[in-house]
Write a protein that binds this ligand. Structure first.
Ligand SMILES: [Zn+2]
Length: 109
């Protein structure tokens, strides 16, 4: 391999990395903007916002994980399945759900 080949490979890899980084930044900016426009649907705060999947059955992936390698379009589809909840309300919802499930368990047995 010549020096030029090595340099070409190096630049190709760098272009790829930059492309990935720019896409990640665009996706992050999109999510940030979305959250600015969508405070917690339960208590109205704009702090510590999270995405809550309304129906866990259609949940594909955590939004935070999608950011690293999905397109804005994929993120948008996933966000559409979600309500915005702050960390506190999100925890409450999951605790209530868990209680419901436990109750159902005891009534069926
Ligand atoms: Zn809240």
């Amino acid at each position: 391999m010549t020096d030029v080949d090595i340099l070409t490979q190096f630049h190709k890899a760098e272009i790829k990395r930059n492309k990935r980084r720019r896409r990640r930044e665009r996706v992050k900016a999109y999510i940030k903007e979305y959250l600015v426009a969508h405070p917690c649907i339960s208590c109205g705060t704009s702090d510590n916002l999270t995405f809550h999947h309304r129906d866990p059955a259609i949940k594909r992936m955590k939004i935070a994980k999608l950011v690293s390698y999905k397109s804005i379009e994929a993120i948008r589809i996933e966000i559409d399945k979600c309500d915005v909840l702050c960390r506190h309300c999100h925890d409450l919802v999951h605790n209530i759900r868990r209680d419901d499930e436990e109750e159902q368990d005891t009534t069926t047995t």
